[in-house]
Write a new protein. Structure first.
Length: 127
């Protein structure tokens, strides 16, 4: 259900690390909890983020939720498509609706969950 090569946080963000960059977004579980996404606020390129720091918000018809960076790094790219089409998050929260790309430190924290652990975490939250 959740891509195996991604890592996950308990705030329902994901990161896909490739070399010295990490692509970040929210999980399918998160987008389903939010409902129809109507607005996304993303940080400026060049912003330095600490692990766990808020980098923006996602607004749905139900609520506004903060987005938290799974790792520390510098924002090197944002998904500008989400500005005009935030509903992409509801269609494909992984490939098409990633939010930001960070240049990450090679020693990124290893306390993130793999897909199996995240699946168990989601199941425990649903109870």
């Amino acid at each position: 259900m959740y891509p195996d090569n991604y890592k996950y946080t308990d705030d329902h963000e994901w990161i896909l690390v490739q070399g010295d960059t990490g692509r970040i977004g929210i999980t399918d579980y998160a987008q389903k909890q939010l409902g129809d996404v109507v607005y996304v606020e993303l940080p400026a390129v060049g912003r330095m983020l600490k692990a766990g720091e808020s980098f923006g918000t996602v607004e749905s018809v139900k609520a506004v939720s903060e987005l938290f960076s799974p790792v520390a790094g510098e924002v090197v790219e944002i998904n500008a498509d989400l500005t005009g089409k935030p509903e992409l998050i509801n269609k494909d929260p992984y490939a098409g609706a990633w939010m930001i790309v960070l240049k990450v430190d090679a020693s990124a924290p290893s306390d993130l969950m793999d897909a199996a652990a995240y699946q168990k975490y989601v199941e425990s939250e649903a109870k």
